[in-house]
Design a protein around this ligand. Structure first.
Ligand SMILES: C[S@@+](CC[C@H](N)C(=O)[O-])C[C@H]1O[C@@H](n2cnc3c(N)ncnc32)[C@H](O)[C@@H]1O
Length: 301
């Protein structure tokens, strides 16, 4: 568990030091693709979809609430929301934003999501994790904590990476993806090494592609790295964590592989105003989008 503590302390430090940059970059319109704003609109869409009809009765917890961008919007819409975050600086921004809109700054508290069930005593209808899981190892532990604070029919809304997109990037990530696929099938190391090296050369990945030891390498325990989410294994991965997948919305679509970014920069520029409507959720988004928002329901076990 020492590794986990260090990781949380590092994240706390990172967000404490980078709060302004994060807010400017992510919500201040300085990103090429306004992924935080898009994520927020998709999450709001789902909160309304599932809870609008009983909004004054539902209890929502915003885990890793940051500066409160989502929280304040939900409060404005009439939902009852509390928040928690590990970073004091983020919480300072959040409390200011709450006060400015006439809400109590005490709606948020400082804490670590890995100890969530000790921090909050209530049971929630919905736990939101926006931009949180991507930073954290050991999702099994995070989901176990969330299960403890969720009502039996409670939901989780979170964003999650889609590694199937790596097949479409035609770069190092593609070879990493395939290597994981080869490992999962139990292919002999010699075959894996030969195939990944050849692919690395064909894809012209700088230096010759070196097969990594594996995700079960010596330095990192596989259970501490949760990179292996892809649109085809979501249901299974979430089932392992005790949740059923109810909805998925893919976003941050790359219409052509990123290696063509220099040739067709406009296709990768999304610095204009945040799209009014939500992006359309097409079948091909499961391949072309690197992220998604998912709605999970607690299974009954
Ligand atoms: C990318 S920000 C997202 C903030 C907010 N949810 C949003 O969508 O704007 C991630 C947040 O997670 C918080 N965080 C990171 N590790 C955490 C942990 N172990 N427990 C609670 N919060 C954590 C960070 O301090 C930061 O505020």
């Amino acid at each position: 568990m020492t590794g986990l503590k260090t990781c949380v302390a590092d994240l706390e430090d990172f967000f404490d030091k980078n709060v302004e940059r994060y807010l400017d970059g992510c919500y201040g319109g300085k990103q090429r693709y306004p992924s935080n704003a898009v994520r927020k609109s998709i999450m709001l869409h789902y909160v309304d979809k599932y809870f609008k009809s009983r909004k004054r009765k539902v209890r929502i917890l915003d885990a890793g609430c940051g500066a409160g961008n989502l929280m304040v919007e939900l409060l404005d819409r009439g939902y009852k929301v509390e928040g928690m975050d590990v970073s004091a600086s983020m919480l300072e921004h959040c409390r200011r934003a709450l006060s400015a809109r006439g809400y109590s700054p005490e709606l948020v508290q400082k804490g670590d999501v890995f100890a969530l069930s000790k921090l909050v005593r209530s049971q929630y209808d919905l736990v939101l994790c926006a931009g949180l899981l991507g930073y954290l190892p050991r999702h099994d532990l995070v989901f176990a904590q969330i299960r403890k604070v969720l009502k039996p029919d409670g939901l989780v809304i979170t964003d999650i990476i889609n590694r199937l997109f790596d097949l479409f990037t035609f770069n190092k990530h593609t070879v990493d993806f395939l290597d994981r696929l080869f490992q999962e099938q139990g292919l002999p190391t010699a075959v894996r090494r030969s195939v990944t090296r050849t692919l690395g050369r064909r894809l012209e990945i700088g230096k010759e592609y070196e097969l990594k030891k594996s995700f079960k390498g010596e330095e990192i325990e596989s259970s501490e790295v949760d990179v292996d989410y892809n649109s085809l294994n979501y249901a299974r991965r979430f089932a392992q964590a005790g949740f059923r997948l109810r909805d998925v919305w893919y976003y941050h679509r790359h219409p052509i592989p990123t290696i063509f970014e220099r040739s067709f920069p406009k296709l990768f520029q999304h610095s204009g105003p945040i799209p009014r409507g939500l992006p359309r959720n097409e079948w091909y988004d499961a391949l072309l989008c690197n992220t998604s928002v998912v709605v999970l329901e607690r299974d009954k076990r």
